[in-house]
Write a protein that binds this ligand. Structure first.
Ligand code: SF4
Length: 255
């Protein structure tokens, strides 16, 4: 039994305060269903729905998801990848994490190359893509304007991540966080879910590895276009971190 430091656990890992889920049921599928009904952040609810109405011209003939995007991947994942938030015309359109945008193109290509995904492209929720031992989530489940959630929105969404971590805990052995925002969000969520997170809190960096009790936490630059277009994060760097994290999780990555 792990002991948390209490930080961030305002609802004891529950997800009801301030959230309007569907209620009922247990397990990850039930949690995912409840997340998709959440309307706790007025600014993000308005934005995700406005984007879904107005659309980007290239997707004008598509029906946007326009709701919170739940985690994607098996309920017994050993490795959890934590991003930032859905992209307005990516996951907010397709309804699946990192699906339908350039960031996802980079991430799924790398996951496929190291053997953790069944294919290297992610274009829609029905494209047949499967993850092997890996789940992908984000600390904010609704698309924010300019890809920038506020600290208040991050904190409001935290109980969902805490619950997801608690449900994954029996199998979870490694967490790979993409970017500093996700790092800041993940540390208190891990603590609230029962892992002992050191103080002072470890600082985010690409390649940072922090052993928690029974779990290894990794930092990686986010797969944003700003990072990948400039070469700050190359496909080789991403594959390296994924392989290391997969190894820590007991997954077999290919070289
Ligand atoms: S960001 Fe999270 S807490 Fe806020 S409305 Fe979306 S799902 Fe709910």
């Amino acid at each position: 039994m792990r002991s948390g430091d209490g930080d961030g656990g305002r609802e004891g890992g529950g997800v009801d305060g301030g959230h309007t889920g569907f209620g009922g049921g247990s397990g990850l599928d039930a949690l995912d269903a409840r997340i998709t009904g959440c309307r706790a952040c007025p600014r993000l609810v308005a934005w995700r729905e406005e984007v879904a109405r107005t659309k980007r011209a290239a997707f004008a003939d598509q029906e946007y998801w326009g709701r919170p995007v739940p985690g994607f991947g098996p309920s017994d994942a050993a490795l959890l990848i934590v991003g930032l938030a859905p992209a307005a015309h990516g996951a907010n359109r397709t309804g699946r994490m990192f699906t339908g945008d350039r960031s996802g193109d980079v991430l799924y290509a790398a996951l496929h190359e190291v053997g953790l995904a069944s294919r290297g492209t992610a274009v829609g929720a029905d494209d047949g893509l499967e993850l092997h031992g890996v789940r992908i989530t984000s600390p904010v489940h609704c698309a924010p304007p300019a890809n920038k959630p506020t600290p208040e929105e991050r904190d409001t969404c935290r109980p969902w991540l805490v619950s997801e971590l608690e449900l994954l805990r029996p199998t979870l052995r490694a967490v790979l966080v993409l970017g500093a925002f996700g790092w800041q969000a993940a540390l208190p969520a891990l603590a609230a879910a029962g892992w002992r997170v050191p103080r002072p809190r470890p600082v985010f960096g690409h390649g940072t590895r922090v052993p928690l009790d029974g779990l290894d936490l990794f930092g990686c630059f986010h797969v944003s276009q700003r990072n990948t277009f400039t070469g700050r994060l190359t496909p080789a760097m991403l594959r390296d971190v994924l392989r290391t994290a997969a190894g820590a999780a007991g997954l077999r990555a290919t070289s």
